[in-house]
Design a protein. Structure first.
Length: 456
């Protein structure tokens, strides 16, 4: 469904559809919470035997999923296990633990993911004595980055230096490599079958048809940006996803390395919408996934994709809070989905701070954003165009410029969602938030889930 059709829907049908969606989400969340509590109880108790801690450092949810798989294998083999996010672990608990398994993602160029940033700063930044700890590390990463598995490697080195004893050498995983994951899982129970793992990974993808594609930034100094609409190839109900979730695109030339994209729509829109910037390599060839979506596919063609829950970027727990949504470029995708959910819910306490190059060419989704502003969905809007003045000016500069307002929103309980480029924008925004909020409030935002990022 395009934007014009969306706005043409009556208010009553929108509210009804959203009410149904909320009911479905509530029931799903209730079932998931009940299952999580049941699983945790089952995995934690076994006749008083000390539990193995299975700790995850996650950004998009992959490390968390592997941690739960690991714990279930341990439990099936008769070993009680307790699953915990690394940020929830303090030095005292770690110091009294006899055995811990770490599933650690890396963010950007060797950084800790958001799910481990507080641990890295508070626990790894202080001296520790861990001579009684036995441990193992599964490090998740991407060899395209210079510091491949950088955080997992740093965590392993820190644990070893603190006196902890490795059960076996760290296992590094390049882009969900099934062989490396099978090696890890085989350590904790029934041997993992590599062929089965590959078949399971392939089976989770489904064919979706490209229903529409539109160039949004004609004349831009930057690479072309396209709005895409996709629908399931087979008739049936639209699959569920929540605002903040991702989709993975399978590329035939590299099937073991699917590409993640933020979903910019809701299931009630009738299609899965993406915002994709076409990547061009120095030799003139296009990026595998962006080239496929922006050029190779014709409208009507199909592509293999799968939905990927991104619990770290969902609104879960922040639905009743004011939202500060910050991003740049195609990062608008994830923020747009949140704003659509907020508009449908009648929540108008939203502040969008968004950056691009030039207003004349790069004001993505301009009609929709200006309609939200006119309708009051956006209580405040700051569009920052870096090249519309002699000196470069970015979203982090606008935040510093609006420090008093930003501090008021944060003190009133606002949650902050950041989506877009890690280098430059996200790092600059993080520094600005720390400066304006102060370390104590910034730390509270991070530990309570009021500061969430989907950056790349």
């Amino acid at each position: 469904m395009n934007d014009a059709a969306w706005r043409a829907l009556g208010a009553s049908s929108t509210v009804a559809a959203y009410a149904a969606l909320c009911a479905a989400i509530y029931l799903r969340a209730r079932r998931q919470k009940t299952a999580a509590v049941r699983d945790a109880a089952a995995l934690s108790g076994n006749g008083g035997q000390p539990s193995t801690l299975v700790l995850f450092a996650s950004q998009t949810g992959q490390a968390e999923a592997i941690a739960w798989q690991t714990a279930r294998r341990l439990h099936a083999a008769g070993t009680p296990a307790r699953v915990m996010e690394l940020n929830a672990l303090d030095a005292a608990t770690l110091g009294s633990t006899e055995r811990a398994l770490f599933v650690a993602s890396t963010y950007g160029e060797g950084d800790a993911p958001d799910g481990a940033s507080v641990f890295a700063e508070r626990v790894m930044g202080s001296p520790s004595a861990l001579a009684s700890l036995r441990y193992a590390v599964l490090a998740l990463g991407d060899r395209q980055y210079t510091n491949f598995c950088g955080f997992g490697r740093a965590l392993d080195a820190w644990l070893h230096a603190a006196g902890a004893v490795r059960e076996f050498e760290r296992i590094d995983v390049d882009n969900s490599d099934p062989a490396a994951l099978a090696e890890w899982h085989a350590r904790w129970g029934a041997a993992a079958d590599l062929e089965s793992s590959l078949e399971e990974q392939a089976a989770s993808f489904a064919q979706w048809r490209l229903a529409s594609r539109e160039l949004l930034n004609a004349g831009s100094a930057g690479a072309p940006v396209f709005h895409l609409g996709l629908v399931p190839s087979h008739a049936g109900a639209m699959p569920h996803w929540a605002s903040g979730d991702l989709v993975q695109i399978a590329v035939a030339s590299d099937p073991t390395r699917p590409r993640d994209y933020s979903i910019s729509s809701l299931p009630t829109d009738g299609e899965l919408q993406l915002l994709v910037r076409q990547e061009q390599h120095p030799d003139g060839t296009l990026g595998s996934a962006s080239g496929l979506l922006s050029s190779t596919l014709s409208v009507g063609d199909t592509v293999a994709l799968r939905l990927r829950p991104h619990r770290g970027f969902r609104l879960d727990g922040n639905e009743s809070r004011p939202l500060i949504l910050i991003g740049n470029g195609t990062g608008l995708a994830g923020l747009r989905a949140h704003l659509r959910a907020r508009a449908a819910a009648g929540r108008h306490d939203n502040w969008l701070v968004f950056g691009e190059r030039q207003a004349a060419h790069d004001f993505l989704y301009r009609d929709e954003i200006e309609a939200w502003q006119a309708d009051g969905v956006l209580q405040r809007l700051d569009m920052v165009f870096s090249r519309d003045q002699p000196e470069r000016f970015y979203v982090q500069h606008r935040l510093l410029q609006s420090a008093d307002t930003l501090k008021d929103w944060l003190r009133n309980g606002a949650a902050v969602y950041v989506c877009g480029s890690l280098q430059g924008m996200a790092s600059g925004v993080d520094a600005a938030l720390r400066q304006v909020a102060g370390e104590a409030l910034w730390s509270e935002l991070s530990t309570t889930g009021r500061y969430r990022r989907d950056v790349y």
